[in-house]
Design a binder for this molecule. Structure first.
Ligand SMILES: [Zn+2]
Length: 97
């Protein structure tokens, strides 16, 4: 078992439904990814969604991926924590236009 999570993609797998949430610890925060939509919550993606960011590149390589299993009961709490974290960060880094 490898214990380091830095530089690795984490796939949170919710059972028994099999839903997967992808995240990767970045320099400052944990980024949320949806590789099937080619989406990542990091600033690099935000400013240039046409270029595959570092996290999505890692997510396409099996050797960078760790799978962590959860129960479906934990899904709602996990999502709301992840979203509030992501939105909080984006709203503080976005310019007021
Ligand atoms: Zn990214």
């Amino acid at each position: 078992m490898k214990s380091t999570s830095n530089g690795r993609v984490k796939v949170h797998r919710f059972m028994p439904s099999g839903r997967c949430i992808w995240t990767m610890i970045g320099k400052e925060a944990e980024h949320w990814m949806a590789p099937s939509f080619n989406y990542c919550s990091c600033p690099a993606y935000y400013y240039n969604p046409n270029v595959q960011c570092y996290h999505l590149k890692c997510a396409s390589k099996e050797e960078f991926i760790d799978y962590v299993d959860f129960s479906d009961d934990e899904f709602d709490g996990f999502i709301s924590a992840l979203l509030s974290d992501t939105l909080k960060r984006q709203s503080t880094s976005l310019p007021d236009v």
